[in-house]
Design a protein around this ligand. Sequence first.
Ligand code: G3P
Length: 222
Amino acid sequence: MESPLILINLKTYKEGIGDRAHRIAAAAETVSAESGVTIGIAPSFMEIHPLSRHYAIPVYAQHIDGISPGTGTGHILPEAVKLAGAHGTLINHSERRLTLADIEAAVSAAKRVRLETVVCTNNVPTSAAAAALSPDYVAIEPPELIGSGVSVSKADPGIIENSVAAVRKVHDGVKVLTGAGIQSGECVKIALDLGTHGVLLASSVVKADDPEKVLRELVSLL
Ligand code: G3P
């Protein structure tokens, strides 16, 4: 059976840049090797290349623009992200929202360069709309719970269940992740039991004094 995915978004936390990004990536690599669970990391753009070179875990961009090589000053070129070593990319994170047209362009561009796509959504209808674009994953994250320390798995299991059903109805091959407040093995297990393929999380790992300890707890019930 395919391993679940635990994807750590380092956001722009000061605890997730430079040496601290390396520390989290090293912890993820260790726990992934021990547990057999796939643990990915989405660092700042500056860290995509070094983390991809130093660690065996999959590295994701936090965003790409749906552009082609050429005149795109200041944009994030999918080809450059791929060449830097990224395995995939987040698209439309709640903290980096796009229009529907921009999401479609970004998904197409990611497919062009073979980057795995994780399209983030904020509710059930947007999850269904995202699934219609055939990304690899739709990641449902209720914005009000992001960074709150309150887990979506416990506070709003209905949104997970309904998103899984909505995505399946539109496109059976699209996998679902969930996120917001995920902090324990129990949160991860509930999410998987509700039909997801894994979780997207940030603060519980990035801000932890001991990220390896938290990661071990997160995979403990899998
Ligand atoms: O991308 C993950 C994220 O938005 C959830 O953040 O801190 O609630 O785990 P957090």
